[in-house]
Design a protein around this ligand. Structure first.
Ligand code: LMR
Length: 395
């Protein structure tokens, strides 16, 4: 059976973690996978999470099965936190999922079942796992340019043109905030135009949400996505709790779908439960129980909001410092206006390889850096490393 099976190349982001861990150099820098690090370079368990876990340890009475939809109270609490007043009109269903990736895969399976002709449109560059997730279920993919790394600007006209050329029923994947990998987010006016254009051409948004609170604030970061979700007759939104709750390995996420009416919403819910059942049966509980406990307890919630604010403060502080750098033609000033954990630098393959080999600086092969991997004290060394590869390239 396995005679013809060829080895598969490792996932480039996850492989960066492996390479970084195997590097013995003391000054190495991990700007690869999107994991938050504080000013001491740690990725701590959040204080609110520790307290919720202690509470769960004391009060949890059983570990019996929930169901394919997971923890319903978790989905309700998270739905309200993510979608605000847009959640809860009976047309929106929520389902717990094994992480944001699991939510995207559920969404992909649902799209395939509901409309086998639908195409998925991705603005490039995008999170490198988007394309494999949708391809895995056989959905045809289309793309357009979201961002120009040279000017560090969003190519909004190209999104507009893509929407005009799409077929009714096609799905557009949009990043709710803190675009991964560019940090370049839409303005509220652009979100309003996106909602109008989606409706004009009968298209469906899929809003991928993994960094709520990392740009300006928990509500502020969702203003555009909420506008689109609430103004399109059908909409899909995936959530990851990996970053803003620091629950990476707990695989905690959710999928929210808005349907045309309550009957259709129920059809969506039961189909999703069937998809989940034949895939992993039901999602892991622990992370969702933590998030539910935090969101339902005013004191824990306030603590969590403070911690999200601290993570945001760290990210924005590093962004400000980076944005002061000018190295040859590389001007990082646009980073100050971008958001979240990532920026995509216009570096070539060779430069990225040299940063790794000569300086122990690890980043995604696309030139994406995880801003959270830098401490204030690393900026000078990072700038010197960039200068060395850029000056040689210019010479
Ligand atoms: C990233 O983009 O680095 C993160 O979302 C982690 C992942 O799973 O790829």
């Amino acid at each position: 059976m396995f005679e013809e099976l060829k080895p598969r190349a490792p996932d480039p982001l996850l492989d960066t973690i492996r390479q970084f861990r195997g590097d013995p150099r003391p000054g190495k820098l991990d700007l690869g996978v999107g994991v938050f690090q504080d000013e001491q370079g740690r990725t701590p368990v959040l204080r609110s999470v520790k307290q919720a876990e202690a509470l769960l340890l004391e009060t949890q009475q059983t570990k019996t099965y929930l169901g394919a939809e997971g923890d319903v109270e978790f989905s309700r609490a998270l739905g309200t936190a993510v979608l605000g007043h847009v959640f809860g009109d009976g047309r929106v269903i929520g389902l717990q999922a094994p992480g944001g990736t699991g939510a995207l895969r559920l969404a992909a399976d649902l799209i395939r079942v509901a409309n086998p002709n639908a195409q998925i449109w991705l603005g490039l560059p995008t999170w490198p796992n988007h394309q494999p997730i949708f391809s895995a279920v056989g959905i045809p993919l289309r793309d357009y340019r979201h961002f120009d790394p040279g000017t560090q600007a969003i190519c909004f006209d190209e999104l507009r043109a893509a929407m005009k050329s799409a077929t009714r029923g096609d799905v557009f994947v949009l990043h709710s905030s803190c675009h991964n990998p560019t940090g370049a987010d839409f303005t509220i006016e652009q979100w309003q135009e996106i909602a109008r254009t989606l409706n004009e051409y009968g298209l469906i948004p899929l809003l991928d949400t993994a960094y709520q609170g990392f740009a300006r604030g928990l509500d502020e970061d969702m203003a555009g996505a909420r506008h689109v979700f609430g103004n399109c007759p059908e909409a899909i939104l995936t959530v990851s709790c990996s970053k803003n709750f620091g629950l990476y390995r707990e695989r905690t996420g959710a999928l929210f779908v808005r349907a045309a009416d309550t009957a259709k919403a129920d059809a969506v819910r039961t189909n999703l439960m069937g998809i989940a059942r034949t895939n992993y049966s039901m999602p892991p509980d622990h992370g969702a129980a933590i998030v539910r406990t935090i969101l339902q307890d005013a004191r824990l919630r306030a603590e969590w909001e403070r911690e999200v604010g601290e993570m945001r403060g760290k990210l924005n502080g590093v962004r400000q410092k980076l944005s002061g750098l000018r190295i040859n033609s590389l001007d990082l000033s646009p980073l100050a206006k971008q958001n979240g954990m990532f920026a995509t630098l216009p570096l070539g393959k060779l430069q990225i390889e040299r940063l790794k080999e000569e300086r122990g600086i690890y980043m995604a092969p696309s030139g994406r850096i995880n801003i959270a991997g830098l401490m204030a004290t690393d900026i000078d060394a990072f700038a010197a490393a960039l200068r060395s590869v850029l000056i040689d390239a210019a010479a």
